[in-house]
Design a protein around this ligand. Structure first.
Ligand code: ZN
Length: 197
C-alpha cells in the first residue's frame, strides 16, 4: 500500500492528536533535559569551588563568627581571593565574607573591574554585597543556601537581574545548599545553647 501526498495531508492531523495525547499522558517527556558534558563540567567546578567557600565558612565558625565564606574565581578558572565573615572580629558591619574577599582581590587585581569573575558564596548575598558585586562588574554569582530574611539575589530582591542598574550578573543558587545551611543551623543552635542571642 502506498500513500499519496493527499493521503499524508489527511493523516497529519491524526498524528498530531496522537502526539498531543502522548504528551498529556507523559508530560515530563518534552521537558527532559539531558545534561551536556559542558554543563556537567560546570556543575562539577561549581561544587568544587563551593567546597572551598565552605572551608572559609568553617574558619569563620572557628572564630565564633556567623559561618559564611566566599571565593572569587577568574575567567581562567584561577582563584583570585577568598574571605570569610569577620564582622565581630573587626567590629565592622561591612566585613561580610564577600566584602572581605573583594577587598583582598582589590590588593591583587589590576583593576577594580572584576570582569569575568565568578563569586562563590555559601549564603545568598545581602543588599550590600550584591551591590558591591554590581560595582565590581562580577560576571556570575553562585551561592549555596537562600537567606529568606536578607537575601538580595532571589529572596527579597533580585539585584543581579535589575535592569535599572548599569550591570547585571548571572546567578546560580542551591549549590551544596544543605551543607551551607547546616553550618548556619548548628552555629545558631550552639549560640542559643550558650544562652546568647
Ligand atoms: Zn553581605
Amino acid at each position: 500500500m502506498s500513500l499519496s501526498a493527499e493521503d499524508l495531508r489527511h493523516l497529519e492531523p491524526t498524528l498530531l492528536v496522537l502526539l498531543a495525547e502522548f504528551l498529556v499522558v507523559f508530560p515530563g517527556v518534552e521537558d527532559e533535559v539531558v545534561e551536556s558534558p559542558e554543563s556537567r563540567a560546570q556543575t562539577d567546578r561549581d561544587t568544587a569551588w563551593m567546597e572551598a567557600a565552605l572551608a572559609e565558612a568553617d574558619l569563620a565558625y572557628a572564630r565564633r563568627e556567623v559561618p559564611v565564606g566566599c571565593v572569587l574565581v577568574g575567567a581562567d578558572g584561577v582563584e583570585i581571593a577568598r574571605g570569610y565573615n569577620l564582622r565581630e572580629t573587626l567590629l565592622d558591619a561591612t566585613a561580610h565574607a564577600e566584602m572581605v574577599a573583594l577587598r583582598a582581590a582589590a590588593s591583587k587585581a589590576p583593576s577594580w573591574r572584576l570582569d569575568g569573575v565568578t563569586a562563590y558564596v555559601t549564603l545568598e548575598p545581602c543588599i550590600m554585597c550584591a551591590g558591591a558585586f554590581v560595582h565590581a562588574r562580577i560576571e556570575r554569582v553562585v551561592y549555596g543556601c537562600d537567606d529568606p530574611k536578607g537575601g538580595a539575589l532571589q529572596s527579597l530582591y533580585t539585584i543581579g537581574q535589575d535592569a535599572r542598574l548599569n550591570h547585571r550578573f548571572a546567578v546560580t543558587r542551591g549549590v551544596l545548599a544543605e551543607a551551607c545551611a547546616s553550618r548556619l543551623r548548628s552555629f545558631f543552635a550552639e549560640l542559643r545553647a550558650m544562652g546568647k542571642k
